[in-house]
Ligand binder design. Sequence first.
Ligand code: BTN
Length: 260
Amino acid sequence: MAVASPPLVRLGTVDSTQARAFALAAGGALDGTAVVADHQTAGRGRRGRRWEDVPGASLLVSIILRPRLPATRRPLLTYAAGLATAEALGEAAGLVPRLKWPNDVLAGRGKVAGVLLESRPAEGEAVVVVGVGINLAQRSFPPELAGRATSVALETGTAPDRDAVLAALLRRLAAWRERLDAEGFGPLRERWLALADTVGREVVAGSLRGTAVDLDADGALLVRTGSGLHRVVAGEVEPAAAGPAGALTPPDPGSILHQI
Ligand code: BTN
């Protein structure tokens, strides 16, 4: 017997597909319901930033999850979403993507996709909305993003079919969620490490500067400094600007502990 796919809601211009997804979730939308828009006037990025798009040039999608995971493990969904996005771009757009911790998708000249996970306290069942923005057809970016952002079109010469990328993304997200539920974080950690751009690099995370060496069993990034191994669980992790060897700032005492 065929299993019905979760609903797909297609919209034109919206404020944010995240906002629309939460509204649909409040009205009882099913797990896996996806909201896609052509353009957002108030697209939300991580850490309170805006996510800008040119109408019709991006895949802008929010997916409603009603996770079975306990609250403490729900942040691991961020890896399911990042992996699904990277793999969808490999499958449907011919990119060879890399992941910047935790889930920025990089290709060639810079960041090609971003992932935002938001949750709202809900009566009873928890709701997490996974938002994914993928630059598909942009041929240039505004000055403030130039040098940091890229698109599939810039990397491959061709804008891929938006629906093909979307279908691959939804399929792979469902598959990684299933594995997370059934097998735990291990398989996601392994796959993330295989696609990681961050590991092996000199990085800066807040006042910590050192070499990213691994991903911990709970998703924390492990950074080695002169004073030992530190766990980074939230915030920005950027490649360190090239500097003279040994010019490390003093590391924070202990771990940087925040929520992802
Ligand atoms: C990031 O800052 O890297 C995450 C960006 C996430 C953007 C997507 S676009 C679709 C969805 N709707 C939003 O308002 N944001 C996410």
